[in-house]
Design a protein around this ligand. Structure first.
Ligand SMILES: C[S@@+](CC[C@H](N)C(=O)[O-])C[C@H]1O[C@@H](n2cnc3c(N)ncnc32)[C@H](O)[C@@H]1O
Length: 392
């Protein structure tokens, strides 16, 4: 396999030459490397640094059990306050490249990384038998992370950091409802409820949290990032199930007046709080709590290390939108082109809609999910009449 050198973060690494061609890498590639995921790796380095800062920890023990060519782990060793990194892949060719990448690091950094060639769950179970616990576990698989959640939770220390990537967006957005239910336990998705990528992100969070609940643990999201073909979510592990169950429920859309409202798990009342109509459209069960924490996002945004990253500009833009999202605690966002189509009006500029909403006394913010969606405490009917009033 021909290898070429690339630069990412603070290092230079060897990757298969074939992976640099302009295609999204496939599972069948001999060794998987996706240069489009640089933004995911940059984000993860920043999240780990923020975790170290916020918790005053400088010797973080990390585990990356699906490491591919080892770039991510090498970057944690180089760029974050880490003491040791347990790094593994089932593919021996990937582990060979990862070893080459480790050998190229300065000796003091290289010796932090321990490389293994095992099946992921077997690897995690083996570490568990040895009573090793981690501050951070990073699960970055092909498709869904769900098969690896259970064993990760066993290895993460209390209040430790867990990160999961999902690339099975077709399932998460509800294109395959049976797959969505099988993997994430979310039985109903409805695009009319709001921006589908926020709902998909919540479906991923809900599925991961459900595994935590079976072990009596609450995984609480601190950073949720949707980008092109993946969703990435970071969680903190807490003991007990209340943290998640108290914030899980259903989103309803009233069929009569188009008001959205939520019910927590176990609440019987599902008639519209505005017009009283029942039999609304229902989506869920979904985690309805905060999926961004401003303390983490601000720490990542303000980190000077961001300036050394290839995706600095894109990440800064996303971080400022994600920080905005924390201002409105509403688990949906409105897709303006969809509403414009509904009222047969041209799609207005988002800034204009936001300005009118604010003049009317409503709160409104942009989101990182899409440049055409916004969160607001106004109802769909009010938004539709604003859009209609802007018709030329
Ligand atoms: C998406 S890639 C990882 C990319 C890497 N984290 C990065 O940032 O460059 C997924 C990796 O998981 C490995 N893999 C897939 N199934 C596995 C399993 N059951 N156990 C261990 N490794 C597995 C694949 O060989 C592949 O290298």
């Amino acid at each position: 396999m021909k290898l070429i050198e690339i630069q990412e973060g603070l290092g230079t690494f060897l990757v298969p030459e074939s992976s640099i061609e302009e295609h999204i890498p496939r599972r069948s590639d001999e060794v998987f490397f996706n240069f489009h995921q640089e933004i995911n790796r940059d984000l993860s380095v920043l999240a780990l640094r923020a975790y170290g800062n916020i918790n005053s920890k400088s010797e973080l023990r990390v585990c990356e059990p699906l490491c591919g060519s080892g770039i991510r782990s090498a970057r944690y060793a180089l760029e974050a306050p880490t003491s040791s990194i347990y790094c593994n892949d089932i593919n021996s060719n990937a582990v060979d490249i990862a070893q080459k990448n480790v050998n190229r690091l300065p000796k003091a950094i290289a010796k932090k990384i321990l490389l293994y060639n095992m099946e992921c769950n077997l690897f995690l179970q083996t570490l568990n038998v040895k009573d090793i616990v981690f501050d951070f576990i990073d699960i970055d698989p092909f498709g869904t992370p769900i098969p690896f959640v259970h064993n990760s939770i066993h290895l993460i220390r209390l209040h430790g950091l867990l990160a999961f990537t999902a690339t099975d967006l077709a399932s998460l957005v509800g294109l395959y409802p049976r797959a969505l239910y099988a993997k994430y336990g979310v039985s109903q998705l409805e695009t009319r409820i709001g921006n589908i990528h926020e709902i998909a992100s919540r479906a991923l969070i809900t599925g991961i949290q459900h595994v935590g609940l079976t072990l009596g643990q609450s995984l609480l999201p601190i950073v949720t990032f949707y980008h092109r073909h993946f969703v990435r979510c970071f969680f903190i592990r807490n003991r007990g199930v209340d943290g998640v169950i108290n914030r899980t429920g259903f989103i309803y859309l009233c069929k009569k007046c188009n008001t959205r409202f939520t019910n927590n798990l176990g609440e019987k009342e599902n008639s519209c709080s505005i017009c009283g109509a029942s039999n609304g459209m229902v989506v869920g069960p979904l985690y309805l709590g905060k999926i961004q924490q401003s303390a983490y996002l601000s720490s990542m945004f303000d980190d000077e290390h961001l300036e050394k990253m290839g995706t600095e500009k894109r990440l800064k833009k996303c971080f400022s939108l994600m920080i905005e999202e924390t201002l409105l605690d509403i688990p949906w966002s409105f897709d303006i082109p969809r509403l414009a189509k509904k009222v047969r009006a041209p799609v207005p500029p988002l800034t204009q809609v936001t300005k009118i909403l604010k003049e009317m006394g409503y709160k409104s913010c942009n989101t990182h999910y899409s440049g055409t969606s916004l969160k607001t405490n106004a109802t769909e009917t009010e938004l539709c009449s604003i859009i209609s009033s802007l018709k030329p």
